[in-house]
Design a protein around this ligand. Structure first.
Ligand SMILES: Nc1nc2c(c(=O)[nH]1)N[C@H]1C(S)=C(S)[C@@H](COP(=O)(O)OP(=O)(O)OC[C@H]3O[C@@H](n4cnc5c(N)ncnc54)[C@H](O)[C@@H]3O)O[C@H]1N2
Ligand code: MOO
Length: 420
């Protein structure tokens, strides 16, 4: 029998987790990133109009109250004190209080004044009756009680007091936050300098989107996707272009990327093939932190440091690249950017599909909500880019899950949870 070599048992499943190798569970990989990565961005002061999407470097304190003065919540008639049940008639002042300059004259006790929504209460007014409940005639108003003292008015500072912390350090400013910053008179905010994220695509087969491709070339789909996701996540994308499957060239690109950015994201070459230079370079310089993760898709994810800069070596298949940037790089980049570890929000939704799965690895499926149930894309192929466009979220199946039947609750994570 000498001269014959013996084949291993046929598995034909590149997702089977071979025995004897430690496959890092997703949560263990996430915990390690969370523990090791700290904010790397400095701070700067910007005008409040430019605060949208920025991460606050410090707590923001309200320079003034909202509302600054007591005012009326309705159009009506203002006077002092509540009134008991029954009819009431009050003399109507000639003046009128409207939003804008506050009425300076005092409303005498027992008189009412015409007042419009948002007007500061003049001295002598603490209660307002709705105009719909009033008859006006002969310089008088008549209405029925009971009306509580303070009815239909808003107290000064009832929303925010001067000196309150309105927004906490680490928060990423939303459109709603823009309103409270403006309302409380903030004019400058201290924010983190945006995180710079370099993106490089590796592979001899790649050609630039928009150019002419030969039959044996494919368009670089990952880079436009990854650069756009980084922008949507509030970071600054640094486009490092494409790099051939060449070790020396890749090493130079990584040097350059680590100089220009705070984080480097590569796609392709993460696996263990002859041309998988990202993983082998990181391993060679002793910078590989993690590689074999029990996840589908995205098993060959290379996590390491290049010149002290974190590198996320995403798999080349576009679906795996997207899943890995969402699951691993997105919370990690938030932490590096000073926003803290931002885990995505998910919901338990009934499945409108059936699926069997191997135990021991976490799986992410392209998913879409339809009539309160969640559907998954017809193919799990990691190169099926059309499924990424089809999806509005991901279904996350736990390591323990083996059989999912229609109606079972599964975890659905909307892409909006990642800021997309
Ligand atoms: N023998 C095995 N082969 C493979 C395994 C395995 O376990 N055993 N795992 C497969 C899985 S899963 C993945 S994912 C890939 C990951 O490999 P790499 O990260 O080294 O990626 P590449 O080989 O460079 O490319 C994979 C695939 O993706 C296409 N690609 C790459 N970059 C882009 C881009 N920028 N835009 C569009 N498409 C891209 C590339 O042409 C390949 O088709 O390994 C499997 N193999
Ligand atoms: O896991 Mo590969 O990461 O499917 O496409």
């Amino acid at each position: 029998m000498s001269g014959l070599i013996t084949p291993p048992p046929l598995r034909n499943d590149c997702f089977a987790l071979p025995a004897g190798v430690h496959w890092t569970p997703v949560d263990e990989a996430l915990a390690l990133l969370r523990e090791r990565l700290t904010p790397v961005t400095g701070s700067e002061t910007v005008h409040v109009s430019r605060a949208m999407g920025r991460v606050l470097a410090d707590d923001v304190v309200a320079p003034r109250a909202n509302p600054p003065l007591p005012n009326t919540a309705v159009d009506g008639y203002g006077f002092a004190g509540g009134r008991p049940e029954g009819p009431h008639v009050l003399l109507l002042s000639d003046e009128r209080a409207a939003a804008g300059p506050r009425l300076t004259s005092v409303v005498p006790v027992g008189q009412a004044v015409r007042i419009l929504t948002g007007a500061a209460l003049p001295t002598g007014v603490d209660t307002v009756v709705l105009q719909e409940d009033v008859t006006v005639a002969d310089g008088q108003i008549a209405f029925n009680g009971p009306i509580k003292a303070g009815a239909n008015t808003r107290r000064a500072g009832e929303d925010v007091h001067k000196g309150d912390v309105i927004l906490k350090a680490g928060l990423r400013v939303t459109a709603a936050d823009m309103a409270i910053l403006a309302a409380t008179g903030v004019d400058q905010v201290d924010v983190r300098v945006r995180l710079r994220v370099a993106v490089v695509s590796t592979g001899d087969e790649l050609v630039e989107a928009g150019e002419t491709a030969k039959q044996d070339q494919i368009f670089d789909a990952n880079r436009p996707m990854l650069l756009s996701m980084i922008t949507a996540m509030g970071h600054v994308p640094v486009d490092m272009g494409r790099c051939a499957d060449d070790r020396a060239a890749l090493s130079r690109v990584l040097d350059d990327a680590a100089r220009k950015a705070d984080v480097v994201i590569t796609s392709g070459g993460a696996s263990a093939g002859d041309e998988d230079h990202v993983s082998s370079l990181l391993t060679e310089v002793g910078a590989m932190q993690m590689w074999r993760i029990a996840i589908k898709p995205g098993r060959p994810l290379a996590l390491g440091l290049w010149n002290n800069t974190p590198v996320f070596g995403l798999p080349g298949n576009p679906v795996a690249a997207m899943v890995c940037i969402l699951v691993f790089a997105s919370p990690a980049m938030a932490q590096l950017a000073g926003a803290g570890w931002v885990a995505p929000v998910g919901y338990d939704v009934p499945a409108n599909f059936t699926k069997s799965k191997n135990e021991g690895r976490r799986e992410y499926l392209r998913a879409r909500i339809c009539d309160g149930q969640v559907d998954v894309f017809g193919s799990e192929g990691s190169g099926r880019i059309s499924g990424l466009s089809w999806a509005d979220g991901l279904v996350e199946l736990t390591e323990e899950a083996q059989q999912i039947n229609k109606g079972d609750l599964v975890r659905y994570i909307p892409l909006g949870s990642y800021g997309l």
